[in-house]
Design a binder for this molecule. Structure first.
Ligand code: 2RA
Length: 367
């Protein structure tokens, strides 16, 4: 679907187009979603905004028009063809099956259904066809950390047969929602202007005090080797998601994956350093060409000119940016790469919108 730069013409004819519901329209990802729906090529008739009772009655702009938010209820899904959910796991667990039972195809951005064998986990550039097989009427959107690298990995896998991923993530504060964004800005205010901080153990911690927000340690002037919740044997939920979701999306149940997830003081855009090992020898120039030709990937890789992706440059853009592409020194079958992707766009709202657009085509084709 081609993005268009201007807000859509309000007078366009939307007759016969499917009805879309956006559930969780008022959150950090929901806000990006409304921007995307206002700037991408339009495939929707009515767009209905649904949120909690608390947000009902608010008026939000989408496609240049004000739309009133309605409270979530079974009736709110009447006549809805596709429902995009961006709400906490427990809300999706409850409401997604209800929306599906009313005939909507649900595209869910929570973790509630991602590993359910009856729910496809879809990245349109990699496995769009999986969206058709949805026995529960639900399609899952992957976690933002997986999404920030998987488009590039999918392209390389199709050429070289991926065997192993060893990754370290550098995750932005907005991955932890609005609370994470607010905490990082507040902490940056506290440390700003103090030219002695960061010189003795615990000095940053003392200045930040209890204002940790959703993070287990100060994030300003720091990196925190933790995201998500504690799982077995010391792994974090986030690290297991990278492993399990990569396996499911690429249809490689035995893919070896080892991830270390780290939070960094960046507002939005996740980065990952990736060591990818393949079933055969990789030519680095050829791999660059594969990535250049891959939809959704932008190669930005000329260190001699200081050209490599950084979150500060990538934020607010759609592609997966790839740089620092090198052949591993000790393994002719492996590549080293650095990837960046906006965790609120491709990592969440954009991929959800792309999946919904894949489904919208089914409705449009059926008419
Ligand atoms: C994070 N990936 O960055 C998570 C959000 N889904 O915290």
């Amino acid at each position: 679907m081609t993005p268009v730069s201007a807000t859509l013409d309000r007078t366009e004819d939307r007759t016969g187009l499917p009805t879309l519901a956006v559930v969780g329209a008022t959150g950090a990802v929901g806000t990006v979603m409304l921007t995307l729906l206002s700037t991408r090529e339009n495939v929707w008739g009515e767009i209905r905004l649904i949120a909690s009772e608390r947000s009902a009655g608010k008026r939000l702009k989408v496609r240049g028009e004000e739309v009133e938010v309605v409270a979530i209820s079974a009736e709110a899904f009447d006549g809805v063809d596709v429902a995009m959910f961006d709400v906490p796991d427990e809300v999706s667990l409850h409401w997604a099956p209800i929306a599906a039972s009313k005939g909507a195809v649900v595209v869910d951005n929570s973790g509630a259904f991602r590993m359910d064998p009856e729910v496809p986990l879809v990245v349109p550039e990699v496995n769009a066809e999986a969206a058709r097989n949805r026995p529960k009427g639900i399609i899952s959107n992957p976690n933002c950390t997986t999404l920030s690298m998987i488009v590039a990995m999918g392209a390389l896998h199709h050429r070289y047969e991926l065997e192993q991923l060893i990754v370290a993530s550098y995750q932005a504060a907005s991955g932890a929602g609005q609370e994470g964004i607010d905490a990082l800005y507040d902490q940056l205010m506290k440390v700003a202007g103090n030219r002695e901080l960061g010189t003795t153990p615990g000095d940053v911690r003392r200045v930040i005090g209890n204002a940790l927000g959703p993070f287990p340690a100060p994030l300003a002037m720091n990196v925190v080797p933790w995201a998500g919740s504690l799982k077995e044997d010391g792994w974090s939920s986030e690290e297991l998601k990278v492993r399990n979701e990569s396996r499911k999306i690429l249809n490689l149940p035995n893919l070896k994956v080892s991830a270390t997830c780290v939070r960094v003081p960046v507002i939005t855009t996740h980065s990952l350093s990736v060591h990818a090992r393949f079933g055969r020898e990789v030519g680095v120039e050829e791999a660059r060409e594969v990535l250049r030709d891959a939809p959704g990937v932008l190669v930005f890789d000329n260190p001699a000119e200081a050209e490599f992706p950084t979150p500060a440059d990538v934020v607010g853009t759609d592609p997966t940016w790839v740089g620092r592409i090198r052949k591993s020194l000790d393994d002719p079958q492996a590549l080293e790469l650095f990837v960046c992707g906006d965790n609120l766009r491709k990592g969440a709202a954009l991929n959800t919108a792309q999946i919904a657009e894949v489904v919208a085509k089914e409705f449009t084709a059926a008419k």
